[in-house]
Design a protein around this ligand. Structure first.
Ligand code: NAD
Length: 436
């Protein structure tokens, strides 16, 4: 099939590359000339494990191309995917200007039988509005399908090529059949291809993200309570998780969710409810609890230093909003760092891949280190924000030797408090019982 992918971000580039890898002829289009130039030089503008090799291999085979000029590729395409950003607008609702901008750009060039597939996360009603706009612009009924994406940054290729399910919203069953063909190589293990109405598909994506965000805020609230009552959230987690109605997944306490999806999608859903005269009380609480959770590590540090962080040397391990990505959008690390800076701390940071993105925002306000151990030189405390694998099992003797004072505030509960106590650390996690 001939496929055009609009947007070469985390979703568009992964999706386009995976479609090319399964034998389709894919052109990725972006309005950002710099990104397209990089891709044409064989460089990948984002960090996603395995992606660079896959991009280069498919580009070399001629199945994957990159351009800013969509006219020719769109005129030939069977399917035109829209995978552009839908960031949060000023009022919390999703900013759909890129989606409609893309629809307007492709309209004059679409083949009569082309299918426009909206992969961006868009609030309910958007696909039908895109259909309406395309009708205004072309004078005909253009096939529009909703195909929300569930991949996770950090394991995007695996998620895309081995999805739990594929969801497609259509107005016409035949469109579903064409998309089923496109997805068939990824569904060989009998995972479901679910065809539904446009509105249900749009809602499915938001409901999934809101459910996951709710689980995180719920367990964070319970962990904070454990902190206050002398219980241990890990013991509680085990106690509840064996109940099959509850389970273990996505119930790890931490410093709050970040990234380009959960925060904005929860707020967009609140906004959708508002416009329908409904108060989304649970989601408002989820958002509020999450915002508060991003301050928990700072509160612990501040308390430890008696409210005086001026001149304190603090190491921060992990800057990206989660491991295996360089994405720092709404990252909890930024909230912590902002507070530490305001308190006058001397901040030493490490992250395996996100340093450049943080440098672009914060420049020389921080000291950046190539190796996570180097960030510990003489520090008064270490705060762990992102659970990168290399932080999971450090040489604790060496860590203690490097640090000025062996104090660790762990926002991801990576270590065993008892062992840490025995090794001579002052150690505090999220909802973990302190030793002794
Ligand atoms: P991104 O910001 O990384 O990339 C979007 C890209 O679209 C940018 O490169 C931008 O230049 C380009 N763009 C904007 N307008 C364009 C146009 N008219 N033509 C061509 N390109 C254009 O975004 P992302 O993280 O890939 O997310 C894209 C969508 O997918 C969003 O709606 C997001 O909510 C959703 N989503 C994201 C993830 C994720 O993990 N990042 C997961 C599932 C769904």
């Amino acid at each position: 099939m001939k496929v055009v992918m609009l947007g070469t971000g985390y979703v568009g580039l992964v999706t386009g590359t995976c479609f090319a890898d399964s034998g389709n002829d894919v052109t990725c289009v972006d309005i950002n000339q710099q990104k397209i130039d990089m891709l044409n030089r064989g460089e990948v503008p984002i960090y996603e494990p395995g992606l660079a090799e896959m991009v280069r291999r498919n580009a070399a085979s001629g199945r994957l191309q990159f351009t800013t000029d969509l006219r020719g590729p769109v005129a030939e395409a069977d399917c035109v995917f829209v995978a552009v950003g839908t960031p949060q607008g000023d009022d919390g609702s999703a900013d759909l200007s890129y989606v409609f901008g893309a629809a307007e750009a492709i309209a004059p060039h679409l083949r009569e039988d082309a299918i426009v597939v909206v992969k961006s996360t868009v609030p309910v009603g958007t696909n039908r509005a895109v259909f309406g706009r395309l009708k205004e612009l072309t004078g005909r009924d253009v096939h529009v399908a909703s195909n929300p994406e569930f991949l996770k940054e950090g394991c995007a290729i695996d998620d895309f090529t081995k999805p739990d399910r594929v969801v497609v919203g259509v107005m016409d069953k035949k469109v579903g059949e064409v998309l089923a063909q496109l997805y068939a190589p990824f569904l060989r293990t009998e995972q479901p291809f679910l065809v539904m109405g446009l509105e249900s598909a749009e809602m499915t994506k938001y409901v999934a993200n809101c459910m996951l965000a709710t689980k995180i805020s719920f367990i964070n609230e319970m962990a904070n309570l454990c902190d206050r009552v002398g219980a241990d959230i890990n013991e509680v987690r085990r106690g509840i998780g064996h109940d099959q109605r509850i389970g273990f997944s996505f119930l790890f306490p931490g410093v709050g969710y970040g990234g380009s999806c959960f925060p904005k999608d929860v707020r967009a859903m609140i906004s959708v409810a508002d416009t329908r005269g409904m108060d989304a009380e649970i989601l408002k609480a989820v958002d509020e609890v999450n915002n508060r959770q991003k301050h928990v590590l700072f509160a612990k540090l501040d308390e430890h230093f008696g409210g005086d962080l001026k001149g304190k040397k603090i190491a921060v391990w992990g800057l990206s909003f989660k491991p295996r990505t360089d994405d720092i959008r709404e990252a909890p690390s930024l909230v912590l760092i902002e507070q530490l800076l305001a308190g006058g701390a001397d901040i030493h940071v490490h992250d395996p891949v996100a340093v450049e993105n943080v440098k672009a925002q914060l420049g020389d306000k921080l000291t950046y280190h190539e190796h996570h151990y180097d960030a510990l030189e003489g520090v008064d405390a270490l705060a762990i924000v992102t659970e990168w694998n290399e932080y999971r099992n450090p040489d604790f003797e060496y860590v203690k030797h490097k640090m000025g004072t062996p104090v660790i505030f762990d926002g991801r509960n990576l270590y065993d408090p008892e062992k840490m106590g025995a090794a001579g650390f002052t150690y505090s996690g999220i909802g973990l019982k302190s030793p002794g």
